[in-house]
Design a protein around this ligand. Sequence first.
Ligand code: XMP
Length: 513
Amino acid sequence: SILVLDFGSQYSKMIARRIRDIGVYALLYPYDISIHNILSKKPKGIVLSGSPFSVYDENPPLISKNIFKLNIPILGICYGMQLISFLFGGKIERSKYKEYGKSIFMIDHCKNDLFHGIPKKSIVWMSHFDEIKKIPKELKVIGHTSSCAIAALIHKNKDIYAVQFHPEVNHTEFGIPIMKNFILHICKCYPNWKLNHFVQENVEKIRKLVDTKKVILGFSGGVDSFVAAYIIHKAIGSSLYCIFVDTGFILKEEKEKISFFCKKMNLFIKIIDAKKRFLSSLIGIIDPEMKRKIIGKEFVSIFQEESEKIKNVEFLAQGTIYSDVIESSTYSSLKLLKNTFFIKSHHNVGGLPNLMKLKLLEPLKELFKDEVRKIGKYLGIPKEILYQHPFPGPGLSIRIIGEVNNKKISILKEAEMILLQELKNYNIYKSVSQAFIILLPIKSVGVMGDKRTYEYVAVLRVTNTEDFMTATFSHLPYNFLEKVSSRIINEVNGINRLVYDITSKPPATIEWE
Ligand code: XMP
């Protein structure tokens, strides 16, 4: 496998994705992984990612120089290149010219394995404001652009390579061939990472691990939990118990949809009616974080109770995927450096293990979302499940701003259903990443049939995003907006005004609470 050490670049995940696309297994690790730990993973190559930091910052993310003694091929990208030069004693400074976007890259010294078969002149994608002023004697320049004299480096006698541009982004014309040269020829990896192997291997592993014990799975009805359930079911059959908690904050007809597909796929599912319990725990609660914490706690208690009802339960399964892992605490050191403060406590069943003493089973922990979808497709999971929009654990409760009550829940359920119908009618559902309605605790005056109305204001929120970390509001056609607005206002009792949220993330988040 290839280890990608993440120094915090927005493109780090993309590097790992590209390598997997080449057919080689790649894993992302925080930059501060120890040399000992690197060795224990037996990587055939290491990639050092970009970073929002500069090596001359007061507290930059660094690695030990001993990494060069491992005799494992290394490729530094952007900050990764500056870091390699810095560790060998080079000098890095803020550049006079920032270089963002497309640049023409010229290869200076053709005879090297990294640029084998690459034209002397090609388009690359740059994103940097620092440059190397003095290169250490161990390194040699092998490429430049018009505003960056040192745009690629090679070590004179070790397999260490570095590029200032980003070979992992699509805009770099020969990015994939350059990465292939590194992965397949320099690191000598064999491209045998295939998703169907992943399924077979995991089914075997789970079967051995679980043995005669039982597994309960926190089932949300989303893509990840369906795929996880399906893989585990393939391994242990009826020893898997999927638990779906009806919080009362789910979409209309969601329960029926989930039951239908579980039946179709032969999955045993237990639906827990916890509507009263959740609603009563939220009486008088307005603060969004309090809502999230209370809901998280209720989920924990329910899983605890359910695990005690089944004999011999030893595992708690979850549909955790790689981005959940990456964004979790392993990255705390980088977050601390960057001063990224807490934004909101996403609730999935993440808090459970410490409290429940069950062993965790997370078969998708190392997969990206699109890989999960590909596996789902391979396993024959229906399209309606694979391509559905994500839905947050706390559900409608965080889309009702302020206190939640039954009346507001039913208003919102009606509005959400109309939106979903129209997204499908207008063929927009697939081209946006997430679409929903938020109910505000504000009333406005309107006029309907010559009569004054005084009802709630609702917000339409529709975004496009790759990874849900950043997002833009969707540019929707006016006739669609008009239709959704008129249907919601005419058909839903309790809403008399609909507004469209035109804020991107950042500065806003996707949900409102
Ligand atoms: P935000 O609001 O943080 O949302 O921009 C990003 C994505 O995460 C979803 N989301 C959640 N998912 N549990 C989940 O499983 C949660 O507590 C939660 N809160 C937000 C949100 O819908 C969006 O897709």
